[in-house]
Design a binder for this molecule. Structure first.
Ligand code: NAD
Ligand code: UFG
Length: 339
C-alpha cells in the first residue's frame, strides 16, 4: 500500500482528500495540530471509508515530530494542506501566517529532504493572481499578493519553483484552488469554520439553520451581470479528486507545475443564494451592503491545463454543491460535536 503523508488532513479539504485517497487505494497518514479542526473527523472518515487513517497530533514546525513521522513511514508523496487561511486575520497577525504557512512549509521540506521523499502537492490558491486583468484566469497570468495570507502562498510557490529548478530530484504540483464548497455526499464530513464564517457558503448554511440571522451581500455595484461578486465554486469532492490525479502524475523530471483547480464558470452571490434556497427550501434573508475591502468583481478559472495534463475536470455542478452543503449543515447544525 502506497503511503501518503497528509498535513492538515483533519481540516476541511484535507479530510475529504483523505477519503478519496483511501478509496483510490492509498494509505494516508495525517499530521494536524487541530488548530482549526476536530479529531472527531477521524471517526467520520472511518464511517465513510471503512478504514482508520493513522493520525499524529502535531505541528509541522516541529522538527522532532516530523523526524519521528518520516523515520516510521516511507512516504510515496506528501499532500500539504496544513496552514492558516483567514485573509482578515492575516492582516492583523501577519507573523502567525508567515510562521504557519511559510516556516511550516520550510520545516516540512527539510524533513522530506532528510528522509529522501521529494514529491509534494501544495495547496495554493487563486489568491496568487491578485486582481487578474481578465477572466477566465490562466496559469500564466501575473502573480501578486494583496494580503499576508496571499503573500504566504506566493512565497511558498516561489520557494518550490526555486527548489525544483536547483535540484531536479524534487517534484512539485501546485494546485491553485478557486472557491471550495459543498461537503461529502454522506453529510458526515464538511466545513466547520471557527467563529463567524468569512466565506459565503458556510455563512449561508448557518443562516439556514438559524445560527446567524441574515447574510450581508458585500457589494451590489460590481461590473457583473447582477452587480454582485462572481466566483468559481468547486465541489470539495471534485477538489479532493484533483489531488489523487496530482499524486498519480508524479514522474522523473516533473519539476514544478501549477494548475488551476476550478470549474471554468462563475456564479454571483445572488445566484448562490437562490440555488441554496432551492436545494434547502429555506429562505435566506439578506441585504446588500457596501463592498468588502480587498474583494474583486469576478474570478473564475480556465481549468484546461489541469484537464489536459492531469486528466481532471470538475464533475459536480451547482445543484450537487447545494444539496451536499445543506445535507452536511442540516445533519450537523453545530459542526463536529460528540454523539
Ligand atoms: P482548514 O483550516 O480546514 O485545514 C487546515 C488544517 O491545517 C487544519 O486542520 C489545521 O488544524 C491544520 N494546521 C494549521 N497549521 C498547522 C500546523 N502548523 N501544523 C499542523 N497542522 C496545522 O482549511 P482548508 O479549507 O481545508 O484549507 C486547506 C489548505 O488549502 C490551506 O493551506 C488553505 O490555505 C488552502 N486553500 C483553502 C481555500 C479555501 O477556501 N478553503 C482556498 C484556497 C487554498
Ligand atoms: N460574500 C458576501 N457575503 C459574505 C461572504 C462573502 O457577499 O458574508 C461574497 C464576497 O464578497 C464574494 C463572494 O461572496 O463576492 C465569495 O466570497 P468568499 O469569502 O466565500 O470567497 P473569496 O473569493 O473572497 O475568497 C476565497 C478564499 C480565499 C482565497 C480566495 C481566492 O476565502 O482564501 O477565495 O481563492 F484567497
Amino acid at each position: 500500500m502506497k503511503k501518503i503523508l497528509v498535513t492538515g488532513g483533519t481540516g476541511f479539504i484535507g479530510s475529504h482528500t483523505v477519503v478519496s485517497l483511501i478509496e483510490a487505494g492509498y494509505t494516508p497518514v495525517i499530521i494536524d495540530n487541530l488548530d482549526n479542526s476536530s479529531d472527531l473527523v477521524l471517526d467520520r472518515i472511518e464511517s465513510i471509508s471503512g478504514a482508520r487513517a493513522e493520525f499524529i497530533r502535531g505541528d509541522i514546525r516541529s522538527e522532532n515530530t516530523l523526524n519521528e513521522l518520516f523515520a516510521k513511514h516511507r512516504f510515496e508523496a506528501v499532500v500539504h494542506f496544513a496552514g492558516l487561511k483567514a485573509v482578515g486575520e492575516s492582516v492583523e497577525k501577519p507573523m502567525r501566517y508567515y510562521s504557519n504557512n511559510v516556516e511550516g512549509s520550510i520545516q516540512l521540506l527539510k524533513a522530506m529532504d532528510r528522509y529522501d521523499c521529494r514529491r509534494l502537492v501544495f495547496s495554493s490558491s487563486a489568491t496568487v493572481y491578485g486582481d487578474p486583468v481578465s477572466v477566465p484566469i490562466k496559469e500564466g497570468f501575473a502573480l501578486s499578493a494583496t494580503n499576508p495570507y496571499g503573500q504566504s502562498k506566493l512565497t511558498v510557490e516561489t520557494m518550490l519553483r526555486d527548489l525544483a529548478a536547483a535540484d531536479e530530484r524534487w517534484e512539485f504540483t501546485l494546485l491553485r484552488y478557486f472557491n471550495p464548497v459543498g461537503a461529502h455526499e454522506s453529510g458526515l464530513i464538511g466545513e466547520e469554520p471557527n467563529g463567524i464564517p468569512n466565506n459565503l457558503m458556510p455563512f449561508i448554511a448557518q443562516v439556514a439553520v438559524g445560527r446567524l440571522e441574515k447574510l450581508s451581500v458585500w457589494g451590489g455595484d460590481y461590473d457583473t451581470p447582477d452587480g454582485t461578486g462572481v466566483r468559481d465554486y468547486i465541489h470539495v469532492m471534485d477538489l479532493a479528486e484533483a489531488h489523487i490525479e496530482a499524486v498519480k502524475s508524479f514522474k522523473p523530471n516533473h519539476g514544478c507545475r501549477a494548475y488551476n483547480v476550478g470549474t471554468g464558470g462563475g456564479y454571483s452571490v445572488l445566484e448562490m443564494i437562490r440555488a441554496f434556497e432551492k436545494a434547502s427550501n429555506c429562505e435566506i434573508p439578506y441585504s446588500i451592503e457596501p463592498r468588502r475591502s480587498g474583494d474583486i468583481a469576478s474570478s473564475y478559472a480556465d481549468p484546461e491545463l489541469c484537464h489536459r495534463e492531469l486528466g481532471w475536470h470538475a464533475k459536480r455542478g451547482i445543484s450537487e454543491i447545494m444539496r451536499d452543503q445543506w445535507n452536511w449543515q442540516r445533519k450537523n447544525p453545530n459542526g463536529y460535536t460528540v454523539g
